[in-house]
Design a protein around this ligand. Structure first.
Ligand code: NAD
Length: 437
């Protein structure tokens, strides 16, 4: 059993903390957001993540998982301290490392015995070394420590199983003492023969950016092909399926639509471009992926404008706000810009999302109306846009919608339905990459 201190209780910190407790370790989670810790202590989960509530409750009641505002005690007690705080984009596209460095300074003050400090937040190459330098300068003389880079690959919406059964674990270390301790942390995964890839600290940091950069390129590639499909009259679903049989290509991440959002891909792509540019290289491939992705909201809006003529005075229903299903995370969600542009264009906007509406009310504060379900306000809709492919939007009752709706426009930003099916139901339908609009 290892004693772990987890700094940060967001999507990564809370899931990692709960799952590491599930591995049998003693985990204490800390956050500078005191209200968050109060809620966690009362058994409330501040984010929506399937399976997380149960995982937290199980491990709290088994006395392996604790929450505290007392960072000093948690660090003093720990064999391993994880830093899992946010690393958002700064205005120039670089990574804001202030939270990581603040956490490192806090850790330094309270280190006692040999401790491994794990840099889990996604941060550019060189960050773990800076964390090392910060701690080294501020720590007590006799406190020993190592810094390890252990990037996280979990996906919101399936974060718990992703952490418990990862495709691989990347550990960037500089000596065997730290590597041995990390092996103890991930022992259940070693025993299950999960690939554990030990690398240099710099390579570990780069693996995270290279992986997310590659995924962004793959998504933007299929979206570029979808655009060409529209121009020439091919169908992207058939094209992607045909491509995906080739094992060199694979069938994952070949789904055309409104592109990627969320707290990771957009910011990690920006960071990669920024890092390259500071070294005099413009990283044309990831830059193109980013530009293509940014253009996709405009393409969705063009489709809506083409169908409606103009949105001024029209009532538009938005199905889905979260950047993807099974999360309440709105960071870089395409729905945000869609709502903004529609309001700017004089539309009346009604939104519905199964879990992200509270977050939207708190953080976006846009003058929209909130629905309780898809059908409630149907009589007022001129058009519907499906932005997030929640399961409950995958089998809509189109007969009911068509009978109730004022208009008959349906823009499908996730290619959930087929043009034939919606045409048969009397809808003016548009999606991405299915022949000429
Ligand atoms: P988040 O914003 O959900 O959570 C960060 C938490 O850290 C917040 O609760 C915040 O209050 C806390 N915090 C900030 N500074 C602190 C400090 N000095 N001491 C204690 N707590 C502090 O962020 P997240 O989505 O969990 O992401 C964390 C990191 O993991 C980022 O670098 C991100 O890029 C990376 N990551 C995220 C995902 C994901 O799907 N969200 C996946 C892989 C990697």
């Amino acid at each position: 059993m290892i004693k772990i201190c987890m700094i940060g209780t967001g999507y990564v910190g809370l899931v990692s903390g709960a799952c590491l407790a599930d591995f049998g370790h003693h985990v204490t989670c800390v956050d500078i957001d005191g209200e968050r810790i109060d809620r966690l202590e009362q058994g409330e989960i501040p984010i929506y993540e399937p399976g997380l509530k149960e995982k937290v409750a199980d491990n709290v009641s088994s006395e392996r998982l604790y929450f505290t505002k007392d960072l000093a005690a948690a660090v003093r007690d720990a064999d391993v301290v994880f830093i899992a705080v946010g690393t958002p984009s700064a205005d120039d596209g670089s990574t804001d490392l202030s939270y990581v460095f603040a956490a490192a300074r806090d850790v330094a003050k309270h280190l006692t015995n040999y401790t491994v400090v794990v840099q889990k937040s996604t941060a550019p190459v060189g960050t773990a070394r800076k964390v090392h330098a910060i701690i080294n300068e501020a720590k007590a003389k006799d406190a020993e420590f190592d810094v390890v880079s252990n990037p996280e690959f979990l996906r919101e919406g399936s974060a718990v199983p992703d952490f418990l059964e990862p495709d691989r674990v990347i550990i960037g270390v500089q000596n065997s003492r730290a590597a041995d301790r990390m092996r103890e942390v991930y022992r259940p995964l070693y025993e299950r023969e999960t690939p554990i890839c030990a690398t240099s600290i710099e390579s570990a940091e780069m693996i995270k950016y290279a992986s997310n950069g590659f995924l962004a390129v793959k998504i933007s590639f299929i979206n570029e092909i979808a655009h060409i499909c529209e121009l020439v009259g091919a169908n992207i679903d058939e094209v992607a399926k045909g491509m995906g049989f080739d094992p060199r290509i694979g069938n994952k991440f070949l789904h055309a639509g409104i592109g990627y959002g969320g707290s990771c891909l957009p910011k990690d792509v920006s960071s990669l471009m920024h890092v390259a540019s500071t070294h005099g290289y413009d990283a044309p491939l990831v830059s193109a992926a980013d530009a293509i992705n940014q253009g996709l909201v405009d393409r969705a809006l063009e489709k809506l404008y083409r169908a409606t003529g103009d949105v001024k005075g029209k009532t538009i229903g938005i199905l889905g706000l979260a950047f993807k299903p099974n999360t309440d995370d709105l960071r870089e969600a395409p729905a945000l810009r869609i709502v903004h542009e529609l309001l700017k264009g004089g539309a009346r906007v009604k939104v519905f999302d199964p879990v992200a509406m509270d977050n939207f009310k708190k953080t976006v504060k846009a003058p929209v109306e909130y629905g309780r379900n898809v059908y409630e306000m149907a009589s007022e809709y001129d058009a519907l846009i499906l932005v997030t492919e929640w399961n409950q939007f995958r089998e809509l009752d189109f007969t009911r919608l068509k009978n109730a709706m004022k208009g008959n426009i349906f823009i499908d930003c996730r290619n959930v339905y087929t043009p034939e099916r919606l045409a048969a139901k009397g809808f003016t339908y548009d999606s991405f990459g299915r022949g000429k609009p």
